[in-house]
Design a protein around this ligand. Sequence first.
Ligand SMILES: C[S@@+](CC[C@H](N)C(=O)[O-])C[C@H]1O[C@@H](n2cnc3c(N)ncnc32)[C@H](O)[C@@H]1O
Length: 244
Amino acid sequence: MLAQGMASFISFQIIGLMGRMQRVPDLSDATWLIVGLHSGLAMLLSLFLRLPPWWLIIQAAFVPAVVLAFRLGVAPASYLLAFAVFWLIFRDNTAERVPLYLSSDRCWQAVGDLLPTDRPIRFLDAGCGLGGGLRTLARRFPESHFEGIESAPLPWLYARFMARKLPNCRIRPGNLRELDFQPYDVVYAFLSPQPMPGIWCKVRREMRPGSHFISNSFGVPGFEPDRIIPVGDRGNSRLLLWEL
Ligand SMILES: C[S@@+](CC[C@H](N)C(=O)[O-])C[C@H]1O[C@@H](n2cnc3c(N)ncnc32)[C@H](O)[C@@H]1O
């Protein structure tokens, strides 16, 4: 927002200056010139602000997309609708910085291979997304109990609906930070680097000795896992396992 705001301010100053010098013939003809100037400035400012590379594309495309939508006469309510759909799917993306992407089938296979076969366990997928992995594990280990917690409404609804016929699989709505990890033998998380330090404090505070915390790919700065298991999938995922 800062980059977009500053780009608007600077491009208006430049266009104003050009106008005073009578170098801008007609604003309606110059729309794409202004848009191009704005996009270029927004990209430069994003570089200066050290934003990750994908932000440069977003910053460059933002104003051209707005102008294009305006010219195509897109109904204003569609923006609200699009926002609502995105919110329903990616609710915690801005606060938690964890979007919805899924562990591969190979990951779930590897997670299953780590679970004990001699006794039933209680397993939690913290931020379970669509719940596909939980269903796979619930079928593979019918004696054990698999739970997921998900804060985004649509994924939670989908996961819950899909698990309705599995008595050993429960999907609950809510924030994983508010759930006590104490009852679980294994907690699995596939989140992002951002929440890992906080999750690790929670794991250390609440999980019992002898239980396991597994993070898909994201480590905890300063705390080496006890085991690292390469999964061998296309995303080069690794399971990081801590024995509490
Ligand atoms: C990267 S996806 C992983 C989905 C699934 N666990 C898997 O491995 O396929 C992370 C999910 O965690 C959810 N999430 C992020 N922060 C959360 C929070 N604080 N409480 C509950 N769910 C959260 C997101 O909505 C998203 O669906």
